[in-house]
Design a protein around this ligand. Sequence first.
Ligand code: FRU
Length: 473
Amino acid sequence: MILTDIARSFVDQAAAKRQQLATDIHRPRYHFLPPSNWMNDPNGFIQWAGQYHLFYQYNPFGATWGNMHWGHAVSTDLIHWTDLPIAIAPTPGSYDEAGIFSGCMVNNNGVPTIFYTATAEQCTVQTQAIATSADSLITWTKHPSNPVMRDVPAEAGQTRDFRDPFVWKEGDTWYMVVGSRIQDVGGVIFLYRSADLLHWEYLHPLLTGDIRQDGVIWECPNFFKLGDEWVLIISMHDGRATGTVIYVVGSYENQQFTPVYRGVLDHAVLYAPLSTLDDQNRRVLFGWLREDRTGAEMTRAGWSGAQSIPRVLTLDAQHRLHMVPVPELKAIRGHHQQLTAAGSLNVSAAAVDIEAQIAADGNSGLSFVYSSVTEEQIEIRYNAAAQQLIVTQTMRGADSAPITKVKQMPHSAGTTLNLRVLVDGSVVEIIADEVTSSTHRIYASAVGDCSVQLTGSGAVDVWEMPSIWQLSQ
Ligand code: FRU
């Protein structure tokens, strides 16, 4: 097996790096993240020979964005991961010298085939490229015909933003969607087709956005059939920063997509999600949980970014996307406690899985308190009159004065609000009634004497969660 020095040293040092960073109170313990340094989008997610392979945008040289490589890890249960060597690195002086950007993987008659965006000239030239593996997805060979797609369609009116291929097969034909933008119009998803994965015919835009409200660039498209409908997931970038991830549901015939419904996939930090179909016929999605702090803070921490707990997607009769963390997570749940009325439960760490049903009456609320001393917390409640889910975080600033951040989002609950809340270090994933997702990053100044509190009426189940990594004590 031929591995570059950087790929080999990655695995040699992984366990030691994880050990070193394990005492960081902000670092998640049951969400996937690399041993150290920067991670963003999930890439190439696939189940292959019974194992789930997750690749990810990775900077091996620091805790801020840059030098994009594809990191790689493998799992049998979507929860416990084994670090593998870096899968793909830029080749200096070539079409991918400036970074290996996001993409996907397909099974081409038994040949694992990665599609990625190759970047050159300070990332201003973006083309689509292929790599294949002959050794169970560990080492990758870039295809001699790379890049297999060079030209941004002329109607884009620009040549810089053209990335994140997502490929699928219908009958004997391969299709690809690529994220881009049309100058002065808005984000766009371009549709292509191919008989051999090497020669691609441009068809037309699958969907185009409105620059006034839908971001400037559309990134990381996913397009797939779910039940009887088709779902297009789009990450909207505003030109300077990551924006919101939306999904569009509709019908798809003769390469034409007709939307019937549009929803928000996550209201806060989850970005650039990638889904795959597994052997249980589940559509499973990972999303990058970006940090909500400065580059200097990330560099000081020595790491940045986590992946969501993978979610199983389904659609309901109103075309809404339902998201449920994979049931495999329940297998690692530890100590269980329950509340059936207002009260408080002490937990040993900021690492819990919560299922709660609270009255959707405007008065009832669920909180996670990070420290009894600083009273830093995140609280979730429902405003029935405004039909809004309200997430309030109270943290302490440098002078220890409380700082409150409130996030309100549309949600229509029945009489009870069903919440799933995953707290893990600085990560908080909140999913209400399976359809409204708000994922936060919270950096409490202290973690100790943690508790889960219910005000008003409802019922709460709390499980303490272990580390998924084998660390020595
Ligand atoms: C989304 C994204 C992708 C790109 C990658 C680069 O977060 O901007 O469009 O391929 O990150 O790291």
